[in-house]
Design a protein around this ligand. Structure first.
Ligand code: ZN
Length: 310
C-alpha cells in the first residue's frame, strides 16, 4: 500500500500530512483556521495550498488515497459533511470535491470516528475489540469500536457522547441545545468559561483550558477542582458505557486529554469508584491515547487505509 494524503480539518486548524502505511507522518503542513470563513471554497483552497506544500517537500510522491477527518456530523453513505455547531458548516459534499481535484480515492469520517480507527491500526487498541474513544478538545466527541469494528449506528451518529447530559444540578447550556452535556461541562472551552464564572471574572472566549491548566499547575485551587470535575464527568460517561456495553476501555484524546490527563485522572478514578459495580471495577479502564496530538491526522490516514482494503 502507498502513502496516504491525510487531511485533519479541525475547528481551529487544518493539518495535511503524508502518512506511511505504518502510521508515520512523513511530511506535514498546517494552516490556522481562526477567523477564516468556514466555506467550501475557502477550505478547498486552503487544503490545496497544504497539499502543494507537502508535494514540494516530499518531491512529488505517489499517494494511494486521500483520507479526511471532519469536525462534525458526517453522512458516511454519501460523503457529505453535514453540520458543525460552532462553524455553521452545512452539507459540503467533501468526498466528491476532493475526488474531482486529486483524481484519487477519497475516504472521510467524523473526527472522533477516525481517531477510534487510528487507535486500532496504530495505537493502544491493536488487541482491544470493545472500546470507546472520547475526544476532549474545544468540543467533545466520541466513537464506539464494538466487536472489533467501528460502530456507526443508524445514521453514523453513534458515540456522540459530547451531547450526553452529565450534570443535572447546575447545568450549562451547550451549542446543541442540551443542558449539562459533556461538551458544556468538560470541554476545553467549558473549563475556561467555568473558571471565569467561578472566580467572578469577565467572559473571555480566548480563555480556555490551556490557561486554566497553567493556573492549576501553579496550585490554583479553583483550577485544580475544575479539572477534577471535568474528569468526573468524563468518568461518568465511561462508567455508563461500560455498564451498558461491557466494553474493555475508554481511550481519551484531543488537546485537553493529551496535555492534562494527569489533572483529570483523580476525577475519572473517583467516578469509576462511585459508579461501577464490582464486576466491572477491575475490568474496565481509562487511558490516554497512544497517538498523542496527531490522533486525528493519523485517523484521516487510517480511514483511507481501511477504505482501500474494504
Ligand atoms: Zn451538546
Amino acid at each position: 500500500m502507498g502513502n496516504i494524503i491525510a487531511v485533519d480539518l479541525g475547528g481551529s486548524k487544518l493539518v495535511v500530512g503524508l502518512v506511511s502505511p505504518e502510521g508515520t507522518v512523513l511530511h506535514s503542513a498546517t494552516a490556522v483556521l481562526t477567523g477564516v470563513p468556514f466555506t467550501r471554497e475557502t477550505l478547498l483552497d486552503m487544503i490545496d495550498t497544504c497539499v502543494k506544500a507537502i508535494d514540494f517537500k516530499a518531491g512529488h510522491p505517489d499517494a494511494a488515497a486521500v483520507g479526511v477527518s471532519v469536525p462534525g456530523h458526517y453522512d458516511h453513505a454519501h460523503g457529505v459533511f453535514l453540520s458543525n455547531y460552532s462553524t455553521g458548516m452545512r452539507d459540503w459534499p467533501i468526498v466528491e470535491d476532493l475526488k474531482e481535484k486529486y483524481h484519487l480515492p477519497v475516504f472521510a469520517d467524523n473526527d472522533a470516528k477516525t481517531c477510534a480507527v487510528a487507535e486500532k491500526l496504530f495505537g493502544s487498541c491493536r488487541d482491544t475489540e470493545q472500546y470507546l474513544w472520547v475526544t476532549v478538545s474545544y468540543g467533545c466527541g466520541g466513537a464506539f469500536y464494538l466487536n472489533d469494528r467501528l460502530f456507526r449506528g443508524a445514521r453514523n451518529f453513534a458515540g456522540e457522547v459530547g451531547h450526553v447530559p452529565v450534570e443535572f444540578v447546575q447545568p450549562h447550556l451547550c451549542g446543541c441545545g442540551v443542558w449539562g452535556d459533556l461538551e458544556a461541562e468538560a470541554s476545553g472551552t467549558a473549563i475556561g468559561r467555568k473558571y471565569l464564572e467561578r472566580t467572578g471574572r469577565a467572559t473571555d472566549a480566548a480563555f480556555r483550558s490551556k490557561e486554566v491548566s497553567a493556573l492549576a499547575r501553579q496550585g490554583d485551587k479553583t483550577a485544580l477542582t475544575l479539572f477534577r470535575e471535568a474528569g468526573y464527568y468524563i468518568g461518568r460517561i465511561g462508567a455508563m458505557a461500560a455498564m451498558m456495553l461491557d466494553i474493555q476501555k475508554m481511550v481519551l484524546g484531543g488537546g485537553v486529554a493529551v496535555y492534562d490527563f494527569d489533572l483529570m485522572k483523580p476525577g475519572i478514578d473517583r467516578a469509576l469508584e462511585d459508579l461501577l459495580i464490582p464486576l466491572n471495577r477491575d475490568f474496565f479502564h481509562v487511558e490516554q491515547t497512544a497517538l498523542g496530538y496527531h490522533a486525528s491526522l493519523l485517523g484521516a490516514a487510517a480511514v483511507a487505509m481501511e477504505g482501500i482494503n474494504a
